[in-house]
Design a protein around this ligand. Sequence first.
Ligand code: 13P
Length: 248
Amino acid sequence: MAVIAGNWKMHMGVADTRAFFAALTLQEGAGGNELLIFPPAVSLGAAATCPERDPRIQLGAQNIHWQDGGAFTGETSAAMACEAGASHVLVGHSERRHVFGETNEEVALKVAAGCRHGLVPVVCVGETLSERQDGRVDEVILAQLDAALEVLDGDDQRFMVAYEPVWAIGTGETATPDDAANAHRTLRTRLEAVLGIAAAVRTPILYGGSVKPANAAELLSASEVDGVLVGGASLDPQSFAEIAATGR
Ligand code: 13P
């Protein structure tokens, strides 16, 4: 069983969302995987109510605010995301951190808000190229993970971690299966230390960064890689279907 998640980023309005689900045919093999799509907030409702969406595909929000409501122009609360049909939420995606300046503290507040409303947080972590060149991969990703772990609502709170090295996102550069396995082991070891072995084993750690049909099987076969978080290749129903049918 693998988790296959598609992050649509700022693509796919309502019409494109409906067309995607109408065109998507899940192949044999997809049935054994947990499938997730993260549409933009304005398309969540359309995805949730789209009669052609295979109900095995769960939905998530790409971002939430940590407050439950108020004067926060342009933001979406966890409760609103739930009402629109989300069961999961991406928190701390690298574009949120590096383009919009989100800090580990803000990410933690968002994880807490997601937990309060029953959303499964998918906590994204990952180093930049310069942090990697400086030998700081473990330091950076553990600080990002620790901030989120501090606010988890008990050891049995369901959540996922997504390791997305920033230099591999949207660049066509993919981490090698060994790079991914090393970072995932670092993260799993921290989960074991903080939450205990049982919780660490049941917490999926996904890899993201230029995943496509041609490399999904190799990445999913790397040790400690429980799933993939796919950006660009999740926009096309055919390529998402191919990745969704990949097992581990
Ligand atoms: P790409 O697959 O387009 O590199 O994006 C990865 C990503 O950021 C998924 O969240």
